[in-house]
Design a protein around this ligand. Sequence first.
Ligand code: PLP
Length: 443
Amino acid sequence: AIEQQRLDQRTSASKAMYVEATKHLSGGVASSYQGRDPWPIYIDRGEGPKIWDIDGTEYYDFHNGFGSMVQGHAHPAIGAAVAARYPLGTHFGCAVPDSVVVADELAARWGLPKWRFTNSGSESTMDAIRIARAFTGRDTVMKIFGSYHGHHDTVMVSIGVPYDSIGDRENYASLSYGAGIPQAVVDMTVAVPFNDAPAMERRIQRLEKEGRLPACVIMEAAMMNLGVVLPEPGYLEAVREITTRYGIVLIFDEVKTGLCVAPGGATDRFGVLPDLVTLAKSLGGGLPSGAIGGSEEVMAIVESGKVYQVGTYNGNPLSMAAARASLEQVLTPAGYARLDQLNDKILTGAREIIARYDLPGYAVGIGSKGCVTFSEVPVRDYESYKENQDVPLTELTWLWNMNRGIFATPGREEEWTLSVTHTDESIDHYLAVFDELAAALRA
Ligand code: PLP
């Protein structure tokens, strides 16, 4: 309660803006995920690893736009590319040379030859699923229980739902995430547990008997919406083998991992090649953008004109200029080496504090991503997460951090994202604040 009061006092300008904003901006925010109780925090500006809210409070940014700003805020190379593009025109509804360069670079990084662009992660996963359905001639979509893949109907299923309603592990229920999604659509999406390839195969076998073999399995290679949950050894290889055997299109949703954990994302890091990959977030260095990459075989259905993968703003010149500058000048091998070094420092420091104060948790991460998960047992899927996460401690940590200049995602299911502009000082600050929290908890 004290920490909540403190944050309320520190964000009084946001409170005033919220009162004004609610007149015409529903709930005072542009997207439901921007809201929080008792009011959202409005941001004024960002530079490098720092942001300032409208009260003028400075934070080190570990939220980084829901993991989109791995380049840091207002990166000069991206700013210069956007500034150079603007006077030349920002939208034609035609392909531009930068989109060719970006596609070439993504193909080299992911080892997938064919690419298309979108404007967001949701568009990327929506289009990838349509491509998979067209390619296989099937309707059912398989996903991992608890995985977020965007806000279109097919994937707003079996995430964030009350734990006691999910059914048994071998036969999870298909549950709508919020109202407004037709039951017929919900029923077409089937969820299975993460890190359990035999359970996936058994469910596929039952679906096959029912005449509902899935068109695709859509999944994150490392889950980024239950904190961070890494794949256990052999799991991704087993999923690749099973999906190949049943002729199911394997989609790695790399909206969060892509461009954040290695030059060629989780595909590169774990060495398992999907049929389709979806990107967004960090691709555009802060400008709306997304991409779908795929094999010759699967993407041929797009090239044949049988599937429409379309969008007025796809491959928008400003987004493509930003993406090109980011890939060529910022997210280079040196950039990833720096991210690994910074993440190693924060993870090692957090582990040392957890051990010294005997806290109920562990630090886990990969590339620019990581988190401290407060749980007595390691989380490997939605069930172990929901059963074991210490919710009050997770929520207290968020408030504690916010009150001490660490801007973090408000949800209990998010992770930190470091940027190439984060400094050793910013990591030291995070660790000092965590140490102070641990000492207070043990006092
Ligand atoms: N896929 C994953 C793994 C995500 O984390 C998200 C967003 O957080 C999306 C897709 C949807 O992306 P967007 O919000 O750009 O539509």
